[in-house]
Design a protein around this ligand. Structure first.
Ligand code: ADP
Length: 656
């Protein structure tokens, strides 16, 4: 240990006038030979060690500029302090323990048999004292093992060494020129060096090139710190290179005592890796929150301050430097009507221990409004009491504004639609009265009830007037029905009726048209006595619409068939024709109002495009469904599924 080697000044240490002081140092300044008079003055016994005592401890040149060439600063230099000492005579102060002796020494640089260079120094008592032989004879005195890299002795030399061996810290003793004098075994194990490696390295050689400037500065401040009594310990983090070239992060603590620098380092590579990983994740979280316009918050019950992530500061349009989030300060940013809700939500959550969510508005400094959704949870302690609330805040301004716009557009469209329906209903109603008169009077004239009409041609015109009037009345009745259904004002008049009879009547009503068009019309009613509950007029309208379409869109020679099939929960009424069919692309929309599968053929047929829309609505009012399947050129099948009891169906829907 260094303390063992600390040189204790002998009280009797006196320069013996007849014997010059002599010493030999290796290139690192280690004293490998001391004359007896120095040893006794330093209280070093013959067998005692002078290891670790450096030439820099022993002498101070009166004129360093003359004695030293290119004196090195700490470490990383090619040459050591000893190598800088110029050969020849130099005036100096010899420090032996507490004694300082002003004298002169002669310095020689000599190469030993093992090829190493040594500095041989002998005191000049009288002029001409120094000669070459003396130097050579001194060289003989250098013990061979001392010339080896033997300063790297292990610490396991005394009791303290056992403690040190237990330590996971790296320990290094260096001299002021940066040469590593000692290391502990953990250093060797951890960094993978051996003594041979280390003897060629300075402390700075171990440090990662990027951190060398920092370490050099720290060490220089240690070396140049004049006040020894207040030796500062210096802390810093720097990467160290292992023998395999891998870097390790080390937290260093260094201090200087006498002319040694003591370094303790803790391997913090794992901590640094975790730190890096943590930073990466924090960065990713920040970015994800910023992309999602969402931030997280945490409030410990009883604390004034609420913790916010960066994104919430952005959402509130404030900066972390000048806004402290508390319930009060947050309230000050809220829209007047939302103030207090946050506190209430928090209070309720604490009492009920429930998750909670709320939406509020923030007034930004520029007068604009930001919509925020806050979702939170409670954090419970072991007793189940709420100790904190945490959650997220989500900037939903964009979606909320979009929703508001959509809602407004929907409402105004509905208002416009209702106005249109109302207008159509009123108009149809108003038109029906004069139309009925036109039809009624034209019929009377056609029958010539009040006397004959003189000119035959007039009779043709009157027939035209009547037919046109009836067509207009159909159209207006359809529009009125549609408007009523859309306005929700179509009331079904439910009654028990014989389905077979209604179907028969409907077929009968289109028979004439089918005959004119040379289409065979057939019917299959398996149960003549099947009674269902439905609106007679509506059912008739449904059947007539479907049947007349089938006749209308079937070419001469084709056929139309009406049949009913009883199923468990419904009655299926099917109308099949061998007509022109409906293109697949139009199938979905033919039941929309005014929609026609417009082709050159269909346009030749009169119609408003309201028939199927009304049919579908009437069926659905009964709780039934309408299905159409069709193949162009082959034919169309329309299937109406009606409940046996529309009343029950209405009741069920009402309950839902
Ligand atoms: P329209 O008054 O035009 O008949 P509908 O609502 O009853 O109105 O029918 C809509 C459109 O569906 C018709 O214009 C026609 O193109 C098509 N369509 C309906 N039934 C048939 C059918 N049986 N065969 C071919 N096309 C049909």
């Amino acid at each position: 240990m260094v303390s063992n080697q600390t040189i204790i000044a002998s009280e009797n240490a006196q320069a013996q006038s007849d014997e010059p002081y002599r010493f030999v140092a290796d290139c690192h300044g280690n004293l490998v030979y001391l004359s007896d008079n120095i040893k006794s003055a330093l209280n070093i016994s013959d067998g005692g060690s002078d290891r670790g005592y450096n030439v820099q401890n022993l002498i101070r040149f009166h004129d360093p500029d003359l004695a030293l060439r290119d004196a090195p600063s700490f470490g990383g230099q090619d040459r050591t302090y000893t190598e800088c000492i110029q050969e020849g005579a130099h005036a100096l102060t010899l420090h032996i323990g507490n004694n300082e002796i002003e004298t002169s020494f002669h310095f020689d640089r000599v190469q030993s048999q093992n090829g190493r260079e040594y500095l041989v120094a002998s005191q000049i008592l009288q002029d001409g004292d120094h000669n070459e032989e003396l130097t050579q004879s001194l060289m003989q005195l250098i013990p061979q093992e001392q010339a080896n890299f033997n300063d790297l002795v292990s610490f396991e030399e005394d009791a303290l060494s056992h403690f040190l061996a237990l330590s996971n810290d790296i320990m290094v003793v260096a001299n002021l020129d940066g040469r590593i004098l000692r290391v502990n075994s953990h250093f060797l194990n951890n960094l993978g060096y051996d003594n041979d490696h280390l003897k060629n390295l300075g402390f700075l050689d171990l440090v990662h090139p990027d951190d060398r400037a920092l370490v050099r500065t720290s060490l220089q401040s240690l070396i140049h710190h004049e006040d020894r009594s207040t030796d500062p310990a210096i802390d810093f983090e720097a990467r160290v290179l292992g023998s395999d070239g891998n870097e390790k992060w080390v937290e260093w603590r260094q201090c200087r005592a006498e002319d040694r620098i003591y370094c303790v380092g803790r391997d913090i590579t794992a901590i640094k890796d975790h730190e890096r990983e943590l930073h990466k994740r924090q960065r990713m979280l920040r970015e994800a929150q910023s992309i999602g316009h969402m931030g997280h918050w945490h409030w410990v019950v009883g604390n004034e301050r609420i913790e916010w992530s960066d994104e919430i500061y952005r959402i509130f349009g404030v900066s972390e430097d000048d806004f402290v989030p508390t319930v009060e300060s947050i309230n000050s940013k809220l829209h007047k009507r939302d103030v207090g809700r946050l506190l209430q939500a928090f209070q309720r959550a604490i009492i009920e221990k429930n998750n909670y969510d709320m939406e509020f508005r923030i007034r930004l400094d520029d007068g604009s409004t930001r919509y925020v959704r806050c979702d939170g949870k409670c954090e419970l302690d072991d007793d189940g009491d709420v100790i904190a609330l945490f959650g997220i805040m989500h900037d939903i301004t964009e979606t909320t504004l979009h929703e508001l716009e959509l809602r407004e557009a929907k409402e105004s469209a509905e208002r416009a639609y209702a106005a249109k329906s109302q207008f159509l209903a009123n108009m149809s109603h108003e038109l029906r009265t004069p139309l009925n008169a036109i039809i009624g009077f034209s019929e009377m004239m056609q029958r010539q009830l009040l006397g004959p009409i003189g000119t035959e041609k007039y009779l043709d015109y009157i027939t035209g007037i009547r037919e046109s009037g009836e067509h207009l009345l159909d159209l207006i009745s359809d529009i009125l029905d549609m408007s009523k259904i859309e306005a929700g004002k179509y009331e079904l008049d439910l009654e028990e009726l014989n389905l077979g009879k209604v179907m028969r009547l409907a077929v009968h009503m289109v028979e004439g048209r089918a005959e004119d068009a040379k289409i065979s019309l057939s019917m299959a009613i398996p149960n003549e006595n099947l009674h269902i509950i439905a609106d007679r007029r509506a059912l008739m309208q449904i059947l007539l619409n479907i049947l007349s379409n089938a006749v209308k869109f079937t070419e001469p020679g084709g056929s139309v068939k009406l049949e009913s099939v009883e199923r468990e929960n419904y009655i299926s009424i099917k109308v099949h024709d061998t007509g022109i069919g409906i293109p697949a692309t139009k199938l979905q929309c033919v039941t929309n109002p005014f929609e026609q599968a417009a082709s050159h053929y269909t346009r030749e047929h009169e119609g408003t495009g309201l028939g199927l829309a009304i049919t579908k609505d009437l069926i659905e009012l009964h709780g039934g469904t309408l299905h159409i399947s069709s193949t162009v050129g082959i034919g169309t099948t329309v299937i109406v599924r009606m409940p046996y009891n529309a009343y029950e169906e209405q009741q069920k829907r009402g309950k839902r």
